[in-house]
Design a binder for this molecule. Sequence first.
Ligand code: HSE
Length: 407
Amino acid sequence: MKKKLKIGLFGFGVVGQGLYHVLNETHGVKAEIKRICVKNQNKQRNLPNEIFTFDKADIFTDEEIDIVVELIDDATAAFEIVKAALQNGKHVVTANKKMLAENLEEIYNLQIKYDRSVLYEGAVCGSIPILRNLEEYYDNDLITSIEGIFNGSTNFILTKVFEEKKSYADALKIAQELGFAESDPSLDVKGFDPKFKLTIAIAHTFGVFVKPENILNVGIDKISAVDLKYAKENNLTIKLVARAFRDDKTIIGFVAPQFIPADHMLANVRNEYNAVLVEGAFAEKQVYIGKGAGGYPTGSAVLSDISALTFDYRYEYKKFTQGEGFTFSNKAVADVVVSFTEKNAITPADFENFKGGYQGNGLQYMTGSITLQKLKELSKREEVSVILSPNAEITVLQKQAVRVERA
Ligand code: HSE
């Protein structure tokens, strides 16, 4: 039975305002915003003053408020809000992917301890309903991999660079103006933001809580003129791909740019759209596409969580409680294209399996497979850009060793 829920909202930025709008326009959801807690006392806002408060306690101690919706920018402060809300008997809806990724296991335990729900569909790929599908629909299917475009800003930038020949800096500026980028845009362009989302997705796909610092992220900030030329000559585009897959009991996951052939399912996912490609043992490939950033798309996912609370929905973390005992690992090799400006900066010795290369006009690239450890090292070097090859094979190293022993 649905009841009318009262919301205490923290934060009134792009997503907070988006939520306010979509909630007002959606009459079927039995929920209303009672108070909004904001930090800046001097900012002009387009709602009556009475709805705003600057004191968190006004929300935590209000017994009429059932749900705390947390939409602030600061991950540390957000986690304090989540804890206080649960301690005060309130359910939580949040879209703070950094906070969730860094504290997911504790948040799982807090939900059990306080017998309250924390929902966060809006934190992973904006409007795409992926978490609830992972929790419910794929309960009986063995998911072998999940991958896709988990960041709207970088996809927007890459689309503008490839299709409209805009400069990287101009495209980033537009993504910021449209409210897609994080307040610190390096979280987007260096691949941290999609990594936080991948961390959350891994927990709901494979039942593994992994700390984001253990997951490799390479961004799009070093894509070079050689990379663009290579893409053009080979009829490829570049996408920032977040991926995790299972090989026996091992889960490999990381974020890195990849050359994408024109016929790939991700090739035509443009602008701030995100895509999630789920592969199951029996269902095979399924793709979800939707807007991954922006106030209304993310606000609509937050609204859906609020609506889910009206029928007492909780994530059950089934993949975790089923206890398959998967382990996260970075021991894998991947096919890559490495471009660099300084001659001999990269040599065939950097590769596990060197395939070939090109040199000319002071620009060069090499292709082959490298370990994820090497990918991490190379991605830290200023003059080097590493991009996964089209249809790159990624092989688990430990499994290879086992195979050698058996042979
Ligand atoms: N900065 C994020 C993005 C916002 O561009 O995808 C949505 O999480």
